[in-house]
Write a new protein. Structure first.
Length: 388
C-alpha cells in the first residue's frame, strides 16, 4: 500500500499483498534496510554512534500527472534525511523524513516521516529475543486506490501506519530458527479511498549466516486483517456496497540474501511469492511475484547506491476490461551517487554533491501503459555524526 516519494524507492503496488514489515529490518533480525540506510553504521562502533545523512536538491519530473500520455517536464524540489543512533549494544533507533514538491504546480507535495526502534537481546541456551516497532505518516499520490487501478485520475492519500513485531530465535551453529508475531494498524484518508486496517501476522523462518559476510533467509508469514472502508465490488469492477468491511488473508513466502562484497560494499536481494484472498466475492484474490535487488558502496570520496524492483500481480477471478485490469506490473528503480568534494564545516563529517535518477513504470492488462515517470535530482548532501 505504499508509494514512497522523494529519494526513497518508488514502489506502487497498492495491494494488500505487498510491503515491508518491521520484523524484516536488521535490528529485528531481518534483511531489509532501505537503500539509504544500508551505508549507515556498517560495523559495530564506539558507544552510542550516530549518523545523519541529509540531501537537499532540485530537478525535473517528466510526468507529474502520472498519466499514460505523459506531461510537460516540471521543476521539482525536495529533501530527504536519514538518521541512526545505537542507543546501546541492544537498541537501535532510526528516523527518516522526505518531501518533494512540483513547481509551480499547486498540487500537494508528497512525503512523510518515520521512526523505527529495534531491540535485540541474547537469552540463555542460544535463544535470542528480537523486538521492533515502526510508525510512519505519509502524504502521497498514487494510481492505486480502493483495490483498483485509477485510469483517469490519481489518489491523494494521507497514510498513518504503525507496527509492532516480536521474534524469538534459536541459534544452532550458523543457523537461526525464528518464530514471531506482528501487529499492524493503518489509516488511509484521501480523496478516493478512506479505510482502516487492523491485522496480525504469524511468521516462521530459518536463516543461515557466515560471519558478517553472507546471510540467506527463508521466511513464511500469514496475515489476517480486517479492513474497513473499501468498496465491495463484483468481478466486473462495479461497486456493490460502499464502505465494505473486508476480511483478507495474505500468505507470503520470502527468500532473501545479503552479502558484503568488501568492507565498503554490499548486495541485497529478495524474492516474494504472495497470495491474497478476501471473504467477500474474490475481487481482491490475487497472486503476486516481487523481485528486488540493491547494492551500495561507501568509499572516502564517493558513495553509491542503486536498486531495482519488479512486482507483478494477477487477479485471477476478475473479468478484465480497460477499467478493471486482471494483472498489473510495476517496474521501479533508483540510482544515486554522492561525491564528497566540498569543504566540510563545523559539525559536518563530509559535504558534497549528489545526483539521483528514479524510474517508475506501471502497466496493466488490458489497460496497457498506466504511466511512466522519470525523475532527476541534484543538489548538496552532508554527513553528520560520530559514525563513519
Amino acid at each position: 500500500m505504499r508509494l514512497l516519494a522523494a529519494t526513497v524507492i518508488l514502489v506502487a503496488t497498492a495491494g494488500v499483498a505487498h510491503g515491508e514489515t518491521p520484523a524484516d529490518v536488521d535490528a529485528a533480525g531481518g534483511e531489509s534496510k532501505p537503500p539509504e540506510q544500508s551505508q549507515l553504521l556498517p560495523k559495530p562502533q564506539p558507544a552510542r554512534p550516530w549518523l545523519s545523512l541529509i540531501r537537499v536538491g532540485a530537478g525535473v519530473d517528466n510526468n507529474i500527472e502520472m498519466s499514460p500520455f505523459g506531461s510537460d517536464p516540471t521543476a521539482l524540489t525536495g529533501f530527504d534525511m536519514t538518521s541512526q543512533v545505537a542507543v546501546s549494544r541492544n537498541l537501535r533507533i532510526a528516523m527518516q523524513a522526505d518531501y518533494e514538491k512540483n513547481l509551480p504546480s499547486t498540487a500537494a507535495g508528497s512525503g512523510g516521516a518515520g521512526l523505527f526502534a529495534g531491540y535485540l537481546r541474547d537469552l540463555p541456551a542460544n535463544f535470542q529475543l528480537r523486538l521492533s516497532t515502526h510508525i510512519e505518516g505519509r502524504q502521497e499520490r498514487s494510481v492505486f486506490a480502493d483495490g483498483a487501478i485509477l485510469t483517469t485520475t490519481t489518489a491523494l492519500q494521507r497514510i498513518l501506519e504503525t507496527n509492532f513485531a516480536g521474534l524469538l530465535a534459536y541459534r544452532l551453529g550458523s543457523i537461526d530458527f525464528e518464530v514471531g508475531l506482528q501487529g499492524d494498524f493503518e489509516i488511509h484518508d484521501g480523496n478516493v479511498e478512506s479505510s482502516q486496517l487492523l491485522g496480525i501476522q504469524r511468521m516462521a523462518g530459518i536463516r543461515y549466516s557466515y560471519r558478517d559476510r553472507f546471510a540467506l533467509r527463508l521466511r513464511y508469514s500469514y496475515e489476517f486483517s480486517q479492513t474497513k472502508g473499501l468498496s465491495g465490488r463484483n468481478l466486473n469492477g462495479a461497486v456493490l456496497n460502499e464502505d465494505q468491511t473486508l476480511i483478507i488473508g495474505v500468505n507470503r513466502v520470502r527468500v532473501s540474501m545479503r552479502t558484503r562484497i568488501t568492507d565498503k560494499s554490499s548486495i541485497f536481494a529478495r524474492y516474494d511469492y504472495v497470495t491474497a484472498k478476501d471473504d467477500f466475492n474474490g475481487y481482491l484474490d490475487s497472486r503476486e511475484h516481487v523481485g528486488f535487488i540493491s547494492t551500495a558502496a561507501d568509499w572516502d570520496a564517493v558513495s553509491f547506491d542503486a536498486n531495482v524492483e519488479v512486482a507483478h500481480r494477477s487477479f485471477f477471478l476478475r473479468a478484465p476490461t480497460i477499467d478493471n485490469p486482471d494483472t498489473d506490473t510495476t517496474y521501479s528503480g533508483i540510482i544515486r551517487a554522492d561525491g564528497w568534494v566540498l569543504p566540510s564545516f563545523a559539525g559536518a563529517k563530509r559535504v558534497g554533491l549528489f545526483a539521483l535518477y528514479k524510474l517508475q513504470v506501471v502497466r496493466a492488462n488490458p489497460t496497457g501503459l498506466v504511466f511512466a515517470r522519470h525523475v532527476g535530482l541534484g543538489g548538496i548532501s552532508g554527513r553528520f555524526g560520530s559514525g563513519r
